[in-house]
Structure formats: C-alpha cells, structure tokens
Design a protein around this ligand. Structure first.
Ligand code: CUA
Length: 155
C-alpha cells in the first residue's frame, strides 16, 4: 500500500496525540487516583457513627472566633441539622457521607464540596455577613435529593 508522505505525517501526528492522551488519562486515573483533590483522609463508611469525631456530629469551638464543624451527610439530610454561629466566625467544615455521594454547598460563598462515602473532605470559610445561609446537596443522590438541605444562621 502506498501512502503519501503528508498522509504518513498526518497519521503519525494523530496516532501520537492518541497515545499521549491515553498516557495522561492513565496517569490521572491510576497514579493520582480518582480521589477528592483537597483531602485524602479515609474513614470506614460502615462505622461512621462509631468513628470520632463523626460519632458526635456538631460544632466545636476551638478558639474565640473559630469552630470545627464535623458533619455527616446521608439520604436525605445532614447531621447536625441546624447551626448557629456569631458573625465573624470561621468554620472549618469536615464532612463525610454515610451512604452515597452527596454535596455540601452554601450558595453565595466558596463552600462547595463533594461529600463522599469513605472519605473526609474539608474546607474553611469565614462568615462576615449576618444572615441565614442555606446548606444544600448539589449531587443527585436519590428520590428526595431536592429536599436535602439545612440552614446555618450567622448573627
Ligand atoms: Cu444528597 Cu443530593
């Protein structure tokens, strides 16, 4: 079979791009792992209720204006359910799921993370404005997904 020189070059470029793409994809999925990028702490998903600090989910004051919030997500809610902190508080969110993949988003802030079974994900935010903040699930998790929400009151 005779291939034109330009056709050969074109085939080599195409083939090379394909091989490069497969290598990058392979490194991403096998070497780096399909894990939450911000945090890689793991937890036994069947023992969330027995594993500190998630055995007692809630707000824990760690300094004058800083709180740790240990939160569990489940179909279809969050524990603890309703929260209140003073204006100017910094909250360190630590969340894990007791069943499927959920989300934890607070619209109007940069709090937006996946809550995965088997992993503990964290983020931090300082609430300088008073108000009632909606905490909602933004990952489809089942029939009552749209009802999965709670509130954080900052005053
Ligand atoms: Cu939990 Cu959607």
């Amino acid at each position: 079979m005779h291939l034109h020189r330009y056709e050969k070059i074109w085939l080599m470029l195409g083939g090379g791009a394909l091989i490069l793409f497969i290598i990058i994809l392979g490194i991403n999925s096998f070497h780096m792992g399909m894990m939450p990028p911000s945090d890689m702490r793991v937890i036994d998903v069947t023992k969330v209720d027995q594993t500190p600090p998630f055995d007692k989910p809630g707000l824990k004051q760690i300094s004058e204006k800083e709180y740790d919030l240990n939160m569990t997500a489940f179909t279809f809610g969050y524990a603890p359910a309703n929260l209140e902190v003073p204006v100017g508080s910094t909250i360190n969110f630590h969340a894990t799921s007791k069943d499927v993949v959920h989300g934890l988003q607070i619209p109007g802030t940069d709090v937006n993370m996946m809550v995965l079974p088997g992993y503990i994900n964290s983020t931090t935010h300082t609430f300088d404005q008073p108000g009632e903040y909606l905490i909602l699930c933004n990952e489809y998790c089942g029939a009552a997904h749209e009802l999965m929400a709670t509130h954080l009151i900052v005053k």
